[in-house]
Ligand binder design. Structure first.
Ligand code: DHB
Length: 408
């Protein structure tokens, strides 16, 4: 097989990249080791920054999100039993949107298939070759026959997540990896219940962090900080609700509306960055290059920002034969990535229980929360990062795509 850009991974990064390339007349093939049902059914986080929403809108994949998403103008930080609202919209002019990642995936898969895009699901044994040549290739095995296939590409985009084969294809001598693991994880549930609060609540409690999010008028998404080695079997539905109620309780008698738990899982938490995000003709995007702990929900949004930069850079190459943006890809992305790493680490540190904290450290944490919710300067900084920092791409580049493409 032959394509201009071979994309490994049909997550938000791979799908959006393929969509953005298509809009510029650039050909791509996506391969994915899971099935369509699996990628469309995996429950993940669901908070979209304004620029992710704007990207989806300006590229024609936002119709369902605009109908079914929830647009929030603020969040609540709750500590010492009292809620403090941060008015994101007032402070930044932006909103955030609650719309689950697997819904974004469904919309993008549909858009690619409607445009006759190629997504090959359920492949095995994916590997990358000849990255230093002008014809880098991807090899994989077909699900049905087990036969080996080869895709010859101009460029390869590694959008295959933290455990995919793309990052290890960069020689170890070339890449530097930065990592921090947290000694706790998040237990996430979906519950059949109406919303308990009109906006998200991030709660700091001496028993640990809790987060109240939402999905629909009938389904709620909630999270609890648990020990990193904890097992989901230890958490009956009754225990989950009891713990959530304790951590979210406020002096004004607030109670969560409970309902049947229809899904529950535990995710571990880490911060990770691979530098550079590019090697020869391989470009990493999304979780293949960086991981953030979930507090503040930056993961999906970072992936969308990466592929926006990459799609623009590839467009400049195919339209103008300008390689400058491709050469700068890693530096451009990493500037934003490190700021999101900083923010995610800040939110995680400020809101979670840390077993190693001394009483002094605990008072500093509470002072931080008091400061961020009482100083306009500090809450503006939180709001600006929460709503999303700008993507380093020429403004309105998508709208300006009129130059005919050079044919390969
Ligand atoms: C959600 C997840 C997050 O990590 C967060 O900070 C906010 C919301 C969610 O899944 O709804």
């Amino acid at each position: 097989m032959r394509t201009q850009v071979g994309i490994i991974g049909a997550g938000p990064a791979g799908l959006m990249l393929s969509h953005l390339l298509h809009l510029q007349g650039i050909d791509s093939i996506i391969i994915e080791n899971r099935s369509r049902e699996e990628i469309e059914g995996t429950i993940r986080a669901g908070l979209l920054e304004q620029c992710t929403v704007d990207l989806m809108k300006s590229t024609g994949v936002a119709q369902r999100m605009m109908r079914e998403g929830h647009f929030h103008e603020g969040i609540e930080l709750r500590f010492k039993g009292k809620g403090h609202r941060i008015n994101i919209h007032d402070l930044t002019g932006k909103k955030v949107t609650v719309y689950a990642q697997h819904e974004v995936i469904k919309d993008l898969v549909q858009a690619r298939l409607d445009a006759d895009g190629t997504i090959i699901f359920s492949v095995h044994d994916t590997s990358l070759h000849d990255l230093e040549t002008t014809q880098p290739t991807i090899r994989f095995k077909w699900e049905e026959t087990g036969e080996q296939e080869e895709i010859i590409c101009d460029y390869i985009a590694g959008c295959d997540g933290f455990h995919g084969p793309s990052r290890p294809a960069i020689p170890e001598t070339v890449r530097k990896e930065y990592q921090k693991k947290y000694p706790f994880g998040w237990l996430g549930i979906l519950a059949e219940a109406p919303p308990s609060s009109p906006e998200l609540i991030y709660a700091n409690h001496e028993r640990g962090f809790a987060l109240v999010s939402t999905r629909s008028p009938e389904i709620q998404r909630l999270y609890l900080q648990v020990d990193q080695n904890d097992k989901i079997e230890n958490w009956s539905d009754e225990r989950i609700w009891e713990e959530l109620q304790l951590r979210i309780a406020s002096h004004d008698g607030f109670k969560l509306i409970e309902g049947p738990v229809i899904q529950k899982n535990i995710v571990s938490m880490r911060s990770f960055v691979c530098d550079p995000m590019q090697y020869e003709r391989l470009f990493l995007a999304g979780d293949a290059a960086h991981i953030v702990p979930p507090t503040g929900a930056k993961g999906l949004n970072l992936a969308m920002a990466d592929v926006q930069v990459l799609a623009h850079a590839l467009g400049e190459f195919y339209r103008e034969r300008n390689r400058g943006f491709l050469q700068n890809y890693s530096d451009t992305c990493l500037r934003r990535v490190w700021k999101a790493e900083r923010f995610s680490s800040y939110m995680t540190t400020m809101l979670h229980r840390h077993d190693e904290h001394t009483p002094f450290d605990q008072q500093i944490q509470l002072a931080e929360l008091d400061y961020v919710t009482s100083s306009r300067a500090s809450s503006t900084s939180l709001a600006e990062n929460y709503a999303g920092l700008p993507v380093e791409c020429p403004k309105d580049w998508i709208k300006k795509l009129e130059t005919p493409l050079l044919k390969n």
